[in-house]
Design a protein around this ligand. Structure first.
Ligand SMILES: C[S@@+](CC[C@H](N)C(=O)[O-])C[C@H]1O[C@@H](n2cnc3c(N)ncnc32)[C@H](O)[C@@H]1O
Length: 323
């Protein structure tokens, strides 16, 4: 961990200059201890142990090291073994939420959170940086928006409007808090499954089963200039399952249909079992079949705090540009 922090010294200086105080300090998968990660989120450092490990670590010592070297005051340690309830190892009670900043934007961070991230995915900074610089005047659709970090980055990048869609009311509430903390004025929130939203935006009729679900959100046909599409690997819903390995097309195709001329889709796939080449081919084929072939596809790679073993890390963010 000490060596990993040494390697990040130049980056740490750049992050400070860019008003970023959340980043990965140690990426165990490629830096020596698979199943261990150490992340800084503003005043908090989060150590996560994903495998049964015998680690001869003294939490007080590690916390002091974080204070002296990293400048963060509070250490939180979670053990998250597969098939077991997450266990908080240090301190006895998780601290209150804190605020972290990324490229000058504020995000509320929650060490109590059951999921593996405390409400901000650090590896997705590469996409947020792109959005931060390439959204001037764009109408942005943020699908599977979670806590809306990408939507907020898009507004900072000049987006004229941002629609965040997620079926979790809790995630969107956090998104609203984040958005307010950043003085956002152009964020909209839609608490609904992604499928019925993109079908309606694309002008497709809702399937008959929507009648049995009167609460289904109605949205008008509308075009967007940029779609940020970041689905979970696998999720069930009333209107269909999300399955990025076998059926990315069912999400990608309606996005092509609702995309304005000259539009872009940032398509993400975080499944290690799908290579960049396969993912790219799926997108290209789908676009070709839909009569809207891609003009150019280029990959955004996770930033230097997520060093990769090879040139194909699990997170694939493909920027697809269309005529
Ligand atoms: C991997 S997170 C997305 C991360 C987010 N894009 C970001 O940049 O922080 C997955 C999100 O998808 C949402 N979700 C899963 N299935 C969904 C569905 N069918 N419709 C809408 N939201 C869904 C979950 O609630 C969760 O917030």
């Amino acid at each position: 961990m000490r060596q990993a922090w040494q390697r990040r010294q130049a980056d740490a200086l750049a992050w400070r200059q860019q008003k970023t105080d959340c980043y990965r300090i140690f990426h165990g998968t490629t830096e020596g201890i698979p199943g261990v990660s150490l992340d800084r989120y503003g005043p908090m450092v989060l150590l996560q142990l994903f495998r049964p490990l015998v680690l001869d670590l003294d939490w007080d010592y590690l916390e002091r090291w974080c204070q002296e070297q990293v400048g963060a005051t509070q250490l939180v340690v979670w053990q998250r073994r597969p098939g077991q309830r997450p266990q908080l190892l240090y301190p006895e009670q998780a601290p209150e939420p804190v605020w972290a900043q990324e490229m000058g934007q504020q995000f509320k961070i929650d060490a109590h959170h059951r999921g593996q991230d405390p409400h901000l995915f650090l590896d997705m900074r590469c996409a947020r940086r792109y959005l931060r610089h390439h959204c001037q005047g764009a109408r942005v659709l943020n699908l599977f928006s979670y806590t809306c970090a990408s939507g907020i980055a898009a507004e900072a990048g000049g987006a004229s409007q941002v629609m965040n869609v997620d079926f979790s009311a809790q995630a969107l509430r956090r998104g609203e808090e984040n958005s307010e903390a950043n003085g956002c004025k152009r964020q909209h929130f839609c608490c609904e499954e992604v499928y019925p939203v993109i079908w309606q935006l694309a002008g497709r009729p809702l399937p008959a089963r929507a009648r049995k679900r009167p609460q289904t959100r109605r949205v008008p046909v509308r075009q967007y200039d940029l779609v940020f599409l970041d689905p979970p690997a696998l999720a069930k819903g009333y209107f269909g399952a999300v399955d990025v390995k076998h059926d990315y097309q069912s999400l990608f195709k309606p996005c092509l249909e609702l995309l304005a001329p000259g539009g872009r889709i940032l398509a993400c796939n975080n499944l290690a079992g799908v290579s960049e080449a396969d993912f790219r081919q799926t997108l290209e084929r789908c676009a070709q079949k839909a009569g809207r072939p891609t003009e150019r596809i280029r990959r955004l790679l996770p930033e230097s705090d997520f060093p990769a073993q090879d040139s194909d890390p699990p997170l694939k963010v493909l920027l697809c540009e269309f005529a």
